[in-house]
Design a protein around this ligand. Structure first.
Ligand code: URA
Length: 433
């Protein structure tokens, strides 16, 4: 069939065969199908969805679009992936913790997607840090340090590399089959035996309701289990930004503080929870509470921080900055958003914060746009706290006022105050395995 026929089939709600998905997605990866046809097809998938069988087929077509890594020479290989959020610097804290616990993390991460940040953009806050490693170096580093991390490349799941960048700029991100196949194709191609998924739920996530997040989690766990991997998912709140910082360098600084045991309570809780899940899933611990104690110890004894430093240096970054994070590039401009009246903070909309960071230049509107790692938004207060009129709720870090007014407007629109103490829910919402 022709590509327009395949687009029309999905537009009409039809179900693709594996061969059709190979024609579309394989063809796109090889450069035979252009961006504009794939953009139209992605929008059709976004609107019409996919069956479980189609999603599983799409995942395998994407996973097999390039090389797959053989990690069998490494022991205890583990991986983690988030469905994406605002202020979500979890991987920067969790992966060194896992390495410090004696596990091996050999992982492929993404760049920012829509209003959410990406680990690779964050790590590029370290001047010189290189997201591309040849396979032999990647494996050797994983063996030596316990942590190696690369960006999407033309070798591993290249179909996802291309689709991810195209979805980012065509409003086709928030789709269960597209997210599940994107994440699981990378996880399957990069070979780890144990995979823990952090599935975000709420305004700042791609899945806004707990039911949708649970369905996404279940779909990914099923795909991974069918591929013979050990997969668990934790559903976590993304209605409010995670931690206080959103924006690349600012998030790296907050991650380093957390690795020193001085991080915000929510981020610390999430990293300890996920690390414990990994330990249990990998068969290294049977008791979850004991696993949490072991995970928390890596933040107190400096072992996880030392792993981050070794990892950044090994990939060409300035490891000194891990000890001296004040030296990271933070934009010099400062501005604030103040409480318009006194009351309790009922909600701080994570989506507004993510969009404000984009407005300041911290993300992309077109494929390949440069990202300003120094800009961002600090959420000074958290829901449940009491404020007086004029108290600072958000602090903005901007470069020469770029996007400042728009960012302030977005942030103001996302503040909800109440006159009575609001109910504030917990961070960990559910588990799926
Ligand atoms: N993270 C990914 O890797 N892919 C998505 O589609 C969403 C989040």
């Amino acid at each position: 069939q022709s590509i327009p026929d395949l687009i029309a089939k999905k537009r009409g709600g039809g179900q693709h065969s594996r061969a059709e998905l190979e024609q579309l997605v394989g063809g796109y990866t090889r450069g035979e199908v252009p961006d504009y046809q794939v953009s139209a097809w992605l929008m059709a998938v976004f609107l019409k969805g996919m069956t479980e069988a189609e999603t599983a087929d799409l995942t395998l077509v994407m996973a097999e679009s390039g090389d797959t890594l053989d990690l069998s020479s490494l022991s205890d290989t583990v991986d983690k992936h988030s469905t994406g959020g605002v202020g979500d610097k979890t991987s920067l804290v969790l992966t060194p913790m896992l390495a410090a616990l004696g596990l091996t993390v050999a992982k492929m991460s993404g760049r920012g997607l829509a209003h959410t940040g990406g680990t690779i953009d964050k790590l590029e806050s370290f001047p010189g840090w290189n997201p591309e490693l040849p396979e032999d170096r990647f494996l050797a580093q994983a063996r030596d340090i316990g942590l190696a991390l690369v960006g999407q490349s033309k070798d591993l799941a290249p179909a996802d590399g291309k689709l991810y960048a195209l979805r980012d700029v065509t409003a086709t991100v928030e789709s269960l089959p597209l997210i599940a196949s994107s994440i699981m194709s990378k996880k399957i191609a990069s070979g780890a035996q144990t995979i823990v998924l952090d599935v975000k739920s709420g305004a700042g996530a791609f899945m806004k309701t707990l039911d949708d997040s649970r369905a996404l989690a279940q779909a990914m766990v099923d795909i991974g289990t069918r591929a013979g991997r050990n997969v668990r998912a934790v559903l976590t709140d993304m209605d409010t930004p995670l931690g206080h910082m959103a924006g690349n360098s600012l998030e790296v600084q907050e991650a380093i503080a957390t690795l020193r045991g001085e991080g915000p309570a929510d981020l610390t809780e999430l990293c300890v929870t996920l690390a414990a899940e990994v330990l249990v899933a990998a068969g290294k611990e049977t008791d979850l509470a004991r696993a949490q104690e072991r995970a928390a110890a890596t933040l107190k004894d400096g072992s996880a921080l030392a792993k981050l430093e070794a990892f950044v240096s090994a990939q060409g970054g300035d490891g000194q900055l891990v000890r001296n994070p004040a030296g990271l590039d933070v934009a010099p401009g400062r501005a604030e958003v103040l409480a318009p009246e006194s009351g309790y903070i009922a909600r701080l909309d994570a989506l507004s914060v993510g969009r404000a960071v984009l407005a300041l230049g911290g993300g992309r509107e077109r494929k390949g746009d440069p990202v300003d790692v120094g800009v961002g938004v600090e959420t000074v207060c958290k829901p449940g706290e009491q404020v007086a009129a004029g108290d600072v709720i958000y602090r903005l870090y901007h470069r020469d006022g770029r996007g400042l007014e728009r960012a302030q407007e977005l942030l103001r629109g996302g503040i909800e105050l109440s006159q009575t103490p609001p109910e504030v829910g917990g961070l960990i919402l559910d588990r799926v395995q």
